[in-house]
Design a protein around this ligand. Structure first.
Ligand code: AMP
Ligand code: TRP
Length: 332
């Protein structure tokens, strides 16, 4: 059976990269798979969070899922901390994971920066918890943006390590699903950095709740090079800002990058930016507005999350008990 698991951290500033790299694909996949969409609040705690904001951002991400078109009846939507199996399985996996595997993780190196001795154990162990998230449900497919590829390779390695240690084919090796023309949306201020929730520059990212005027203004101010729009895909190689904006346009309009390049070839950037602002404000206006409305409706969102957690637990519980049996943990 094919089962999808994916998640977003409730750390605020839910942005266009999150939507195009992850959510937009989930909306399409929900018809063909059994899907579990998580709000990974425990992952958010790997860096300091204001408690009130963490709560608000958890509801905001749930609202984003529903506003983007995830059906909360058909799919499971819940927050990670409601199903204790995530942390239990993460511990068992941490006992199977060599430090050498974790030392390779580029996201940890970036986030820990120069002062690695001060980085928390949670930040270091983050990919082990992520492997537990996925494998607690024996998920087979994981739709994410490009930046999560290395973490998914680690999840496959951990699944393999468990299967080898206990001599059985228990966990599936989860497949990453990284597709579309915007698997890595870059900052609007710097085409070599990814669009990120934590970038201090507001103009680097388009938030899903930005007003239409704000979206148009950010696109108009986006960094570009002085040449006219590229004539071919090959030209995009050393024009990262143009490649990024064209990729966003292609993703938002469901066209290929090639078609999009052809459409704007040789035109001025300002004409292209107006066209991009038009398509972006339509999508964001629809989703952002609905997100604002839903996130204020605590009773509705909390109800969805409560039911989601019960349904998630119903899948996770039996799998975790099997893991305990395989591992030899007594349940007297
Ligand atoms: P995060 O914001 O780290 O919780 O990421 C949630 C999801 O959005 C993951 O699937 C990421 O891979 C995806 N994502 C985050 N930033 C970007 C980006 N700049 N471009 C494409 N996908 C992204
Ligand atoms: N690490 C992911 C991110 O920052 C979020 C995440 C946590 C996740 N657990 C997951 C994504 C399991 C997919 C599957 O984007």
């Amino acid at each position: 059976m094919n089962r999808i698991f994916s998640g977003v951290q409730p750390t605020g500033n839910f942005h266009l990269g999150n939507y195009l790299g992850a959510l937009r694909n989930w909306v399409k996949l929900q018809h063909d798979y059994e899907c579990i969409f998580c709000i990974v609040d425990l992952h958010a705690l790997t860096v300091p969070q204001d408690p009130k904001e963490l709560t608000a951002h958890t509801r905001e991400v749930a609202a984003a899922y529903i506003a983007a078109g995830i059906d909360p009846e058909k799919n499971i939507i819940f927050n990670q901390s409601r199903v204790p199996g995530h942390t239990q399985l993460a511990w068992l996996f941490s006992c199977l994971t060599p430090l050498g595997w974790l030392n390779r993780m580029t996201q940890f190196k970036e986030k820990a920066g120069k002062h690695r001795e001060n980085a928390g154990l949670g930040l270091y162990a983050y990919p082990v918890l992520m492997a537990a998230d996925i494998l607690l449900y024996k998920a087979t497919h994981v739709p994410v943006g490009e930046d999560q590829k290395q973490h998914l390779e680690l999840a496959r390695d951990i699944a393999g390590a468990f299967n080898r240690r206990y001599g059985r084919d228990f966990f599936p090796l989860p497949e990453p699903q990284i597709f579309g023309t915007a698997t890595r949306v870059m900052s609007l201020r710097d085409g070599t950095k990814k669009m990120s929730k934590s970038d201090p520059s507001d103009y680097s990212r388009i938030n899903m709740t930005d007003s239409a005027e704000m979206v148009a203004q950010k696109i108009r101010k986006a960094k570009t090079d002085p040449k006219p729009m590229p004539e071919s895909l090959a030209e995009l190689e050393d024009r990262p800002e143009a490649a990024n904006l064209l990729g966003i346009y292609a993703a938002l309009t469901d066209h290929s990058l090639e078609e999009t390049v052809r459409r704007f070839a040789g035109k001025g950037f300002s004409e292209f930016k107006e066209a991009l602002a038009d398509v972006a404000t339509v999508t964001l206006g629809r989703i952002g507005g609905e997100m604002q409305r839903l996130k204020a409706d605590h009773a509705y969102i909390d109800g969805v999350l409560r039911r989601g957690a019960e349904r998630a637990e119903a899948i996770a519980g039996p799998i975790l008990r099997e893991v305990e049996d395989i591992t030899g943990l007594l349940r007297p």
